[in-house]
Design a protein around this ligand. Structure first.
Ligand code: CA
Ligand code: CA
Length: 157
């Protein structure tokens, strides 16, 4: 009897493992979906202090040179604090938000982009702890500037 239970547990474990392997990188977030549909303004990007689009750090329809200074749409505590981000951009050309680890849209210190639609699993990144930046550094609690761009080669999701 004991052996049968152990076997059953092993089978269950295997099934769960297989399921995880088949799951897309971006887990859908009901909280982010609700925010996107009911709260987020068209044409804006959002940064959130916590995962699952909770605790807005700022929203911006334009670029933000420094998330840690005292001016602009993202400032103060916003820098090095975003754990989820959203792109509800509507621009036809500059529709991608590129987030940089460093200020001034600097890409040498690492960056990550978010598309405004499901291309590259975009719209939002519900958990930046799942992502790395272009230089291999962590994406969570790293961003300090952002700019709207027309193309990108490294994505967060
Ligand atoms: Ca600022
Ligand atoms: Ca945070």
């Amino acid at each position: 009897m004991k052996r049968s239970l152990a076997s059953a547990a092993a089978v269950c474990g295997l099934a769960a493992g297989s399921l995880l392997i088949g799951t897309p990188a971006q887990a859908a977030s009901a909280t982010c979906d609700t925010f996107y549909n009911n709260t987020a303004k068209s044409g804006y990007m959002y940064a959130f202090n916590l995962r699952d689009c909770k605790d807005v750090l700022g929203a911006d329809a334009g670029d933000e040179y420094d998330w840690g200074d005292s001016t602009g749409e993202l400032k103060g505590r916003a820098t090095n604090n975003a754990e989820s981000v959203m792109n509800k951009g509507t621009g036809s050309t500059y529709h991608i938000v590129r987030f940089s680890d460093y200020t001034a849209y600097n890409t040498r210190e690492g960056y990550g982009c978010l598309s405004p639609n499901e291309t590259h699993q975009g719209k939002y990144a519900a958990d930046l702890w799942d992502n790395k930046l272009s230089d291999g550094g962590p994406a969570a609690n790293s961003f300090s500037s952002h700019t709207w761009v027309s193309s990108c080669s490294w994505w967060v999701d």
